[in-house]
Design a protein around this ligand. Structure first.
Ligand SMILES: [Zn+2]
Length: 271
C-alpha cells in the first residue's frame, strides 16, 4: 500500500484533485497507470479557458474514460491518447456537462480506426441514449461502412445500465467499483473507484457530501472531486438580476474545496 508523500489540491471552478500518491518506481513506464484530466470546467457552456468534465485512466494502452463533456474526443487527441484505444466509458450522471459527447466519443473514435468492443456504464437511460444516438447518425455510419470498409459500429458497443453501487467490472488491468452519490435531481448518480496494481483512483462526479463516497475513497491514492470555487460563483452571479437565488442554487449541494478536504481528511498518524 502506498503511503501519502504529498497532498496537493488543484482547484478549478468545478473539479478538485486531491493527490495522495507517489510514483511507484517499481513500476515500469509502460505499466504505470496514468490519469489525465481532460476537462475540469463546470457547466455545459463552451468556454475558451476550460473543457467540460472528462477524465481518462490509461493502463497498458487501454483507455478508460470517465464522463464525456463536450470536446472529450478532441481532448483525448490533444492529450496524445489514440482514440482506438478506447475500451470503456463510465458516465457518472446525465447532466450535459458530463455526457454531451458520450455518443460522439464512440462515433468519432470509430472514424479514427476503432474496431474493437467498447463497454459503456452509467445510469439509465444509457441504453436508450446509445440506441437513439446511433439511429440519429445512421446515415453517416452506414455510408462509412459502405465507402470506407469500416466494421459495423453498433455491435461494438455494449451498454450496461447501473442502478446501484458495487462492483462494476473487473479485467486484467483494473477493478472498478461504484457508489451512489448525492446529486439531486440526478438519481442515480455515481462515483467510481479504479484499483490497479500500482494505484487507486476515485472520480466523484458531482455530489454533495456523501458518506458513500467518503467510504469509497478510503485509502485511495488519488481523489478527483467536484468543487465550487466560491469567488468565481460570486463573479458569475454578479452578472444576473436574480443573483441571490442563482448563487443559492449553484452552491446547494456543491461543496467548496475546503469542505471536500475536511470530509476526506485522514486521521492524524500517531507518533
Ligand atoms: Zn451534475
Amino acid at each position: 500500500m502506498l503511503q501519502p508523500s504529498r497532498r496537493a489540491f488543484l482547484t478549478a471552478t468545478a473539479t478538485l484533485v486531491a493527490a495522495f500518491w507517489q510514483p511507484n518506481s517499481s513500476q515500469g513506464q509502460t505499466t504505470r497507470t496514468r490519469l489525465i484530466l481532460l476537462g475540469t470546467g463546470g457547466g455545459p457552456r463552451p468556454r475558451q479557458a476550460s473543457s467540460a468534465s472528462a477524465q481518462v485512466i490509461i493502463r497498458n494502452n487501454t483507455a478508460y474514460v470517465i464522463d464525456c463533456g463536450n470536446g472529450v474526443a478532441r481532448q483525448l487527441v490533444v492529450a496524445d491518447v489514440p482514440l482506438p484505444t478506447l475500451r470503456h466509458i463510465f458516465v457518472t450522471h446525465h447532466h450535459s456537462d458530463h455526457n454531451a459527447d458520450y455518443g460522439n466519443l464512440i462515433w468519432l473514435a470509430w472514424t479514427a480506426g476503432l474496431r474493437t468492443q467498447v463497454d459503456t456504464w452509467g445510469p439509465p437511460p444509457l441504453a436508450k441514449m446509445t440506441r437513439l444516438f446511433f439511429e440519429m447518425n445512421e446515415t453517416d455510419i452506414n455510408a462509412r461502412i459502405a465507402d470506407e470498409g469500416r466494421v459495423p459500429l453498433v455491435p461494438l458497443v455494449h451498454v450496461h445500465e447501473l442502478r446501484e453501487g458495487g462492483l462494476v467490472m473487473r479485467d486484467d488491468q483494473v477493478t472498478v467499483r461504484a457508489t451512489l452519490v448525492d446529486h439531486p435531481p440526478m438519481v442515480p448518480a455515481f462515483a467510481y473507484r479504479f484499483d490497479a496494481a500500482d494505484r487507486s483512483i476515485v472520480i466523484s462526479g458531482d455530489t454533495a457530501r456523501s458518506d458513500n463516497l467518503v467510504k469509497l475513497a478510503q485509502g485511495a491514492d488519488v481523489l478527483v472531486h467536484s468543487a465550487v470555487y466560491l469567488p468565481a460563483v460570486d463573479r458569475l452571479v454578479a452578472r444576473v438580476p436574480n443573483a441571490t437565488a442563482l448563487k443559492r442554487s449553484i452552491i446547494a449541494g456543491q461543496p467548496s474545496a475546503e469542505d471536500v478536504a475536511a470530509w476526506h481528511k485522514r486521521p492524524a498518524s500517531r507518533p
